[in-house]
Structure formats: structure tokens, C-alpha cells
Design a protein around this ligand. Structure first.
Ligand code: AMP
Length: 213
């Protein structure tokens, strides 16, 4: 089963993708996580991606498609996967589909976690991350045990550059312009489903599960 998670940055698609991955025993593939790991390790790919990410812009399609196609060719992807944050443009979706077509495969479900922009801006302003180990928190929903400090390693928490208010606004604008056209793209293919992402995490998960059957 191959699933694409759609939804604005901050809609909660990452959380749902992670839950689905453990429920269905499929790998959770986040292009954002792959880029962040490369930035942390100081690789060439990381250096190339960082300036785009910090500005809230998309990493160029060519680079993104290359790392994604590499990743889905791994052995653990044979039974399927859950894509989180890819595709984000029509050319990315087309590149993935043409690769799948060669294998006689296709995306089975595109699940759109729908949350209005106002809610997203409110949610993102509470996000905090550990610059050392990468653990993430939310001041209201997932607070650390001790104010402003990482539970895992005791490091002081920060607001990720791409969670800063100006960047969030940019990312939402980019989302509407470049990623939302994918709704029509997957609708035409008959695999598009939407769930109300403003409900609590468990309720959103139940809705998705009932779509997947
Ligand atoms: P995410 O963690 O999915 O919100 O991604 C963080 C950032 O990584 C995005 O704002 C983009 O700059 C970059 N990124 C992640 N996935 C993609 C993608 N499929 N295409 C282009 N840029 C991406």
C-alpha cells in the first residue's frame, strides 16, 4: 500500500504518517527529515537544501525527486510506504508516478489533512525543537517536562528557523501556490480523500483508518 499525505505544513500530517507507519508496518518517509538529517551531518545535499528551507521555500524538484526515488528503491519499501511532505509540486508527483508506472505500480491513497491557515499559524507559533537531538515539542500540546528544556538531553529548546512566523507565512503561501494543485491531480486519479485535521489526533487517525479500510 502506497500512501501520500497531503496538507499544509503544520497540519499534523507528520504525526498521522508516523502512527500509520507503525499501525500498518510501513516505512514513514519524510523528505523534510531526510534534508534535516543531511544538514545535521553537513553533507553536500544538506548544504544545498538549507538555504531554501530556512527561507520557507521549496528545495528544487530535481534534487528532491532524486533523493526520494533513491529512498523508495530501498528493500524496506517493497510492501509500500507512507510519504510525508512529498510530492509538493506537480512535477514531483509526475516524476514519482512515471517511476511507479515502469514497475506497474501506483499511489493507492492521497490523504489530505485539512486545516485552515489561521489554525496553522496558531499551532506553529507553539512549536519548539531541540537543536542537539532533534526532539520536537509544542508549548500547549506536547510541553517538555521542564520549561524550555529538552526531556531527552537537557538542551535549551529553540524555535526552528522554518517555524518562525515570517517563514510560516511564506510556507503557507508556497503551499497554496505549488502544493494545493495536487488535490486536483490526485482527485482525477480517483485516490484523493480529505479528513478534518482540526479534530484531535486520535479522531483524525480513526478517519484515516476508515478510508484505508
Ligand atoms: P517538512 O518537514 O516536510 O515541513 O519540510 C521542511 C522543508 O524541507 C520545507 O519547507 C522545504 O523547504 C523542504 N522540503 C521538504 N520536502 C520537500 C519537497 N517534497 N519538495 C521541496 N522541498 C521540500
Amino acid at each position: 500500500m502506497k500512501i501520500v499525505m497531503l496538507g499544509a505544513p503544520g497540519a499534523g500530517k507528520g504525526t498521522q504518517a508516523e502512527r500509520l507507519a507503525s499501525e500498518y508496518g510501513l516505512p514513514h518517509i519524510s523528505t523534510g527529515d531526510i534534508f534535516r538529517k543531511n544538514i545535521k551531518e553537513g553533507t553536500e545535499l544538506g548544504k544545498e537544501a538549507k538555504s531554501f528551507m530556512d527561507a520557507g521555500r521549496l528545495v528544487p524538484d530535481e534534487l528532491t525527486v532524486r533523493i526520494l526515488l533513491d529512498r523508495v528503491a530501498d528493500d524496506d519499501c517493497k510492501k509500500g510506504y507512507i510519504l510525508d511532505g512529498f510530492p509538493r509540486t506537480i512535477p514531483q508527483a509526475e516524476a514519482l508516478d512515471s517511476e511507479l508506472e515502469k514497475l506497474g505500480e501506483k499511489i493507492d491513497f492521497a490523504i489530505d489533512v485539512d486545516v485552515p491557515d489561521e489554525n496553522i499559524i496558531k499551532r506553529m507559533s507553539g512549536r519548539r525543537a531541540c537543536p542537539r537531538c532533534g526532539a520536537t515539542y509544542h508549548m500547549q500540546h506536547v510541553p517538555p517536562k521542564k520549561d524550555g528544556v529538552c526531556d531527552e538531553c537537557g538542551t535549551e529548546l529553540v524555535i526552528r528557523d522554518d517555524d518562525k512566523p515570517e517563514t510560516v507565512k511564506n510556507r503557507l503561501a508556497v503551499y497554496h501556490e505549488q502544493t494545493q494543485p495536487l488535490v486536483e491531480y490526485y482527485r482525477k486519479k480517483g485516490v484523493y480523500h480529505t479528513v478534518d485535521g482540526t479534530a484531535d489526533v486520535g479522531a483524525v487517525f480513526d478517519s484515516i483508518r476508515s478510508i484505508l479500510g
